[in-house]
Design a protein around this ligand. Structure first.
Ligand code: DGL
Length: 257
């Protein structure tokens, strides 16, 4: 079975890594829309258009399921994607909510993400239906920090504290990393707040697939496409998924510019 995974850039590779580990025989096609990253500060209309174009490109490989490895796209475009394509479309929000519900003991959950994800209230709305108290905060500096490779050390700690101290003071016991870039900061977050349960999209989605008995099998093919050259993508690709070759495609192949 072949699956497509897309994100605005490198973040979705954290999801790719876990899916590839869990389903070694799945054929996986990944698209990182590096020419148009970030999605997190774009309007809902733009995020929807980019998502439909990314999915349309991956559909060309005959994929049988699509994983939206971007919280921003999952927050705005999931319904439109489901309306436009016949294959199942799995986003990261629902899995993240389910995992947080399994983890929280005191019913107080923090959600961090891009400006767009937090503005959408995608996590908040689902969690509040389950009587969870939600504390949200956009963390716009986290994406460039990760892209620069500053994921550990004093600078990373200072910036993480700047955003997260306020949420921790609210008494949350669980924190949803509502952006697929953020798992790269997980060690730093854990060092600073060891008592907090961390929910990250890559683990949440693997648990979700197991819970729902979804299994991917195929020949173990892996392909990664990006829409522009990006140094940070190459660096993180090596760290996260090793020597899988990356092919650059022209943006005109996915959108009608
Ligand atoms: N990886 C994206 C997400 O999960 C964030 C990066 C971006 O702003 O494009 O929301």
């Amino acid at each position: 079975m072949s699956i497509g995974i897309f994100d605005s850039g490198i973040g979705g590779l954290t999801v790719f890594k876990e899916i590839a580990k869990e389903f070694p025989l799945a054929d996986i096609y990944y698209l990182g829309d590096t020419a148009r990253v970030p999605y997190g500060n774009k309007s809902p209309e733009t995020v929807i258009r980019y998502s439909l174009e990314a999915a349309g490109y991956l559909a060309g490989f005959g994929i049988e399921a699509l994983i939206v490895a971007c919280n921003t796209a999952s927050s705005y475009a999931i319904d439109k994607l489901r309306d436009n394509f016949d294959f199942p479309v799995i986003g990261v929000v629902e899995p993240g909510v389910e995992m947080a519900l399994r983890h929280t003991k005191n019913g107080k959950v923090g959600v961090i993400g891009t400006q767009a994800t937090i503005r959408s209230n995608s996590y908040k709305n689902l969690l509040e239906k389950k009587d969870i108290q939600v504390f949200q905060k956009p963390c716009p500096l986290f994406v460039p920090l990760v892209e620069e490779g500053i994921t550990e050390g004093e600078i990373a700690k200072l910036i993480v504290k700047e955003y997260l101290d306020e949420l921790i003071e609210k008494g949350i016991d669980t924190l949803i990393l509502g952006c697929t870039h953020y798992p790269l900061l997980k060690n730093t977050i854990h060092q600073l707040y060891p008592h907090i349960s961390i929910v990250d999209s890559s683990q949440a989605i693997v648990e979700f697939l197991h819970e729902h008995n979804i299994i991917f099998k195929g020949t173990g093919k892996r392909k990664i496409y990006i829409t522009d050259e990006a140094e940070s993508f190459k660096k993180f690709k090596e760290i996260l998924v090793g020597n899988i070759p990356v092919e650059r495609i022209d943006l005109s192949q996915i959108c009608s510019l």
